[in-house]
Write a new protein. Structure first.
Length: 359
């Protein structure tokens, strides 16, 4: 493959984790977008990687901040970040915006949630979020909320009655229903209920690594059969040892393609482009962060003090080029690789996002 195709990261982050502010924030639970460092290196690395667009996490995910108020503030923060870096960043509202970002040489920023708690008891807030440019709403994080059970909720109860109303509201406003982190019943029920295709933007395949954060073949197949999207992450959960490698990433992509078909699989790395430079120092703080998550009840099975939340040999500005090389070595042709790197997400966005909201 001579030129890099459109690359859309279905879940990632723009940040320089080596900057003091970002490094200090890494060990906290109540993380805020104001603690990110989107500096010259962050932007240069994103461009150098070939990234076209990324679904970033903003708003309330976990902790003791007021969910709705914090989320509105985060939207203000990101609007300012994009405004202050307009030469490099552009806000994505439609599938057409994804293609425009590539043509203009800017990085598209997709506003997404990793927990829908900020909806509160008022589905009318979905309209507010949509108007502000949110395009992806993940129903739950690892724990249960008032919408459904997360992957670590022991009851596996599925969607609540209110959760069904939330899915319907997301459909009405043309937002992606993201079932990453959800429990199995929540995923299956939401995929069946939704009038529009749903996604699992960052996950692995449980058939290869039997951990709760990974999805069963039944979940993967159902999402794909209804026109949805599955993104494979670059995370430790791809190997039960907790030490996933680039080969594991490829194995999970191949399995997902075999289950879902090549038109429904992509990538959602759950990480940054800019690498952590001092891994020894990072490891000393990792155990503290994992312990905090465990104590707060928001960790996932497979998280340990020695499990890095990224794939060591698939990171940095060359991560996508290395993935291309590995997929080619597995016999994948250029068209299939282009689909996985970005075209499948763009096509999925076309099926869900309303064109009339652009602007």
């Amino acid at each position: 493959m001579t030129a890099m195709p459109m690359i859309i990261n279905a879940l990632g982050q723009l940040d320089n984790p080596n900057a003091p502010r970002s490094a200090d924030a890494a060990a906290e639970l109540n993380q805020s977008s104001e603690q990110l460092t989107i500096d010259a290196r962050t932007l240069a690395d994103a461009h150098a990687s070939g990234l076209t667009a990324v679904n970033i996490t903003l708003g309330y995910t976990l902790g003791d901040l007021p969910p709705y108020e914090h989320t509105l503030h985060e939207l203000d923060v990101w609007d300012a970040i994009i405004r202050d870096n307009a030469a490099d960043l552009t806000k994505i509202r439609t599938a057409a915006d994804l293609h425009r970002a590539r043509e203009e040489g800017r990085i598209g920023v997709i506003y997404g949630f990793q927990n829908a708690v900020a909806v509160g008891e008022d589905t009318g807030r979905v309209a507010t979020f949509a108007d502000r440019g949110v395009r992806v709403v993940q129903l739950t994080y690892n724990q249960a909320n008032h919408i459904g059970d997360g992957s670590m909720a022991p009851g596996n109860r599925g969607l609540t009655g209110f959760g069904r109303n939330v899915v319907e509201a997301l459909n009405e406003h043309h937002l992606m229903v993201d079932l990453s982190h959800s429990g199995e019943r929540t995923c299956l029920e939401a995929a069946k209920l939704s009038r529009t295709p749903v996604s699992i933007n960052h996950t692995g395949c449980r058939a290869l690594a039997d951990l709760p954060r990974n999805k069963t073949d039944e979940e993967l197949r159902l999402v794909a059969s209804r026109g949805g999207f599955v993104g494979i992450y670059f995370m430790p959960f791809l190997n039960v040892s907790g030490h996933a490698t680039a080969a594991d990433v490829v194995d999970h992509i191949v399995h997902a393609v075999n289950v879902c078909g090549e038109d429904h699989v992509g990538i959602g790395t759950d990480g940054t482009i800019t690498s952590i430079d001092d891994l020894d120092s990072y490891r000393t703080h990792l155990a503290e962060h994992v312990a905090l998550r465990s104590a707060a009840g928001v960790g996932a099975a497979g998280e340990r003090s020695d499990t890095l939340p990224f794939v060591l040999d698939l990171r940095g500005v060359d991560q996508f080029r290395e993935l291309v090389r590995l997929l080619e070595a597995r016999g994948y042709g250029s068209e299939r690789i282009e689909k996985i790197l970005g075209r499948n997400f763009a096509d999925y966005a076309e099926r869900v996002w309303a064109p009339e909201v652009s602007g």
